[in-house]
Ligand binder design. Sequence first.
Ligand code: MG
Length: 318
Amino acid sequence: MTNRRDFIKSASFLTLGGLLVGNTSCKPTPEATKAATQPVVKKRIGLQIYSLGKELYADVPAGLKRVGEMGFTTIELAGYREGKIGDIEMSEFKKMSDDAGLQIISTHVNPPVREYTPANKAEIAEFWKKAADDHAKIGVTYLVQPGQPSTRSVEETAFVGEVFNEAGQIAKAAGLSFGYHNHDREFSRVIPGGTEMKFGRGGFGRDQEGVEIVYDVLLQNTDPSLVFFEMDVYWTVMGQQDPVAYMQKNPDRIKLLHIKDKAVLGQSGMMNFENIFKQAYAIGIKDYFVELEGIGEGKQFGGVKGCIEYLQNAPFVK
Ligand code: MG
């Protein structure tokens, strides 16, 4: 596929070639010299398609092409329901993505229940079997649950970990990896035998007996060979925790990231993306997805473009 970027790449080589043979009859412009010295490797940058909201569904093939032209290489799906993404058959969606030069490597899928109990464990397993098979057919690697089942105590949270392990086994049997994506509420605290999770001021004190952060209980009660974590760095910060520290402490558990800010990346000033990327590379993270929220309808494509430009221009992003 030849796109604008490939053309620029070729043009850079041509200019460099001209310089190497000592062709001085056609002096390169300062811009051309700059282009020739820029890296020609396309950065591997993913997009969570939820970022585009309804704007994508106005015209999915054209929208995905715009995403590819912006420079994204991979996408993470959202909106799975009974073999479809939005209203589109998954095989069709896959074809549209291929045509746009985008590889679907991940997907966000929530089971139809918000509370996990021994009574609905079998129903959840059935749901995952179908979801895993549907996604395996289109070659997806990561099956990620983005929503937090509600829990009130350490024990209930540990049970969620058990259900995640089962989802991990089901995903593995279908050739996928199962992961969990956080928001800020996972950094609430629970106590043994508790009746609610609490966050922030008025919450459980750190020194209260048996108190645990929900996210930590999930880490401790899931099998590393079955469940990985996709850390949303913005929501971790909103949960008053440091995503870099979590990556340092859990280098083998956090495999994917959501690179997200309050709105367009880099504009709020509250996220230290340089440190986040440095640590992500240190623990071998290869894939991450830009996620955009907090921007009005009609501005989503523009916002997503602003996000990728930030990463393309960031010297700390490989
Ligand atoms: Mg996210």
